[in-house]
Design a protein around this ligand. Structure first.
Ligand SMILES: Nc1ncnc2c1ncn2[C@@H]1O[C@H](COP(=O)(O)OP(=O)(O)OP(=O)(O)O)[C@@H](O)[C@H]1O
Ligand SMILES: [Mg+2]
Length: 465
């Protein structure tokens, strides 16, 4: 029974969570506040800690650091108030497994708990892990300047040495296959094959035979026995790309493979064992497909034990220019130095929305290189769509609205002067109405005569009718 340390300084949350987790069969130790938790951590071991972030005097971040020093393998899930996601991201950087925002959905919390426990058992299964975790891998061909990408790289390093199934999620062109290859390259399987299959590219019968192989005569055209990718990737990794497009019937078969580690060639009754590790990728959230009923829930849970999300490029702009430089360096011919960007081009690239993500960026840079003169990339050699893109229009609109705001600000500064001139206008009108009678005017205006004089020093020169 996994033992969970639960920390919050709100008794009500503590009691709700504890009841919930106990009902799920976890052994729960509740701790009201950080100090109590510290005591528990010094005397006992836990399989998981769930801690609130904002607590006094010891907050969740301190507790996380402490937990990491003393219980290196224990995953930690942070609870954070809605709207303070930035702190939660800091917690991830400090090594928290994940965070759940309050108020939380019960399902979401339980799935995260399950994932954390699965993840840590996957980690401890691997005997060589400890040694490997000590080495900081340099993921040399993955540009990762943004915190989001750095987090993805940390995940790659952590999961690579395990045999855990990993689900890589990201829009088209974000680098899913690159991540899958990096996981393989940093695993003990690197001496074996990495084989990829695009589940969207093959019709159902072909996909099945591609994955599992077939025997002679299994279907028209099956003129000989054929080995499937699972067999060919023995000891290695199989990458199921666009898994969301996998037909239901094959999903069922894949689930069995994952559970029983056995495959069967199409048309055969014999089962064979397989030890290929499965990595999968999708550019549509599988949760959407679950709702549509086109993806099996049981397979979803199996696959999403360890998810790695690759953010679209527009959400990690710090990576844009380093990626451009990366492509320029890679494309340089022998004995030449890489091309350079004009600063205006750098700005344009940074503000472009990159709907096709890194792949589009690579193509754009190569396009520009083809037309660049004197090894300098200028605005006029960029693909037209980058110059016409909506984000840029927004950026210009943003700049314009900023300028307008600045104008408004100037107006605000001169508001006093504006009011003064309006006041003077009005005072003069009233005075002219009273035929220059200052006392009557002051009375009508409900101010003293002295004030009227002060406000209208030249009141004597009231235009005569
Ligand atoms: N962080 C990165 N650093 C360096 N190169 C990257 C990075 N991310 C992506 N790339 C490059 O961008 C291109 C597209 O990446 P990849 O093919 O892995 O994307 P994908 O998510 O699998 O795309 P799709 O969904 O279209 O299949 C590749 O050439 C890859 O090497
Ligand atoms: Mg791909």
């Amino acid at each position: 029974m996994p033992k969970v340390l639960l920390v919050d300084d709100e008794p009500s949350i503590l009691s709700v969570l504890s009841t919930l987790l106990k009902a799920e069969g976890y052994d729960v130790v509740s701790s009201l506040g950080g100090e109590k938790a510290k005591e528990h951590l010094s005397g006992q071991t836990f399989d998981l800690m769930i801690s609130d972030i904002r607590m006094n005097p010891i907050n969740g971040m301190e507790l996380l650091t402490l937990a990491h020093e003393e219980h290196t393998k224990m995953p930690v899930i942070m609870l954070t108030a809605y709207g303070s996601v930035e702190t939660a991201i800091d917690a991830l950087k400090l090594g928290a497994f994940d965070y759940v925002t309050k108020p939380f959905k019960v399902d979401e919390l339980l799935i995260t708990v399950r994932r954390a426990l699965d993840y840590s058992s996957a980690l401890s299964e691997n005997a060589t892990l400890k040694a490997q975790l000590g080495t900081r891998y340099h993921l040399e061909n993955i540009v990762a300047e943004s915190p989001a990408m750095q987090h993805a790289c940390e995940m790659i390093q952590k999961v690579a040495p395990t045999d855990a199934t990993v689900l890589i999620y990201g829009e088209s062109g974000t680098g899913k296959e690159l991540v899958a290859k990096a996981i393989h390259a940093h695993s003990n399987r690197k001496g074996h094959k990495f084989l990829a299959v695009n589940c969207a590219a093959l019709p159902e019968p072909l996909l099945e035979s591609e994955m599992f192989g077939h025997v002679k005569g299994a279907f028209t055209g099956a003129s000989a026995n054929k080995e499937g990718l699972f067999e060919a990737a023995a000891g290695g990794t199989i990458f199921l790309d666009e898994i969301g497009s996998m037909p239901m019937s094959i999903q069922g078969k894949l689930l069995r493979v994952l559970q029983e580690k056995e495959i069967r060639r199409v048309g055969s009754n014999e089962t064979m064992s397989t030890n290929a590790r499965v990595l999968a990728a999708t550019n549509r959230p599988l949760e959407e497909l679950l709702e549509e009923g086109t993806f099996r829930e049981d397979l979803y849970y199996r696959l999403s034990v360890i998810p790695i999300e690759i953010k679209p490029l527009r959400e990690r702009r710090e990576d844009i220019l380093p990626l451009v430089v990366h492509v320029l360096r890679n494309d340089v011919s022998e004995g030449e130095s890489p091309a350079v960007l004009e600063s205006e081009v750098a700005n344009i690239m940074e503000s472009y929305s990159w709907p096709g993500n890194v792949r589009e960026l690579e193509n754009a840079v190569r396009h520009a290189l083809t037309f660049a003169k004197d090894n300098v990339i200028t605005k006029d050699v960029l693909p037209a769509r980058i110059l016409e893109n909506p984000r840029l229009a927004n950026a210009t609109a943003d700049a314009e609205s900023r300028r307008e705001q600045a104008l408004d600000l100037e107006k605000c500064k001169s508001l006093k002067a504006f009011l003064r001139s309006k006041e003077k206008e009005y005072l003069s009108q009233v005075l002219s109405h009273t035929g220059g009678d200052k006392e009557r005017a002051a009375k009508a205006l409900d101010i003293s005569l002295a004030t009227l004089y002060r406000k209208l020093p030249d009141a004597d020169i009231v235009p005569e009718e």
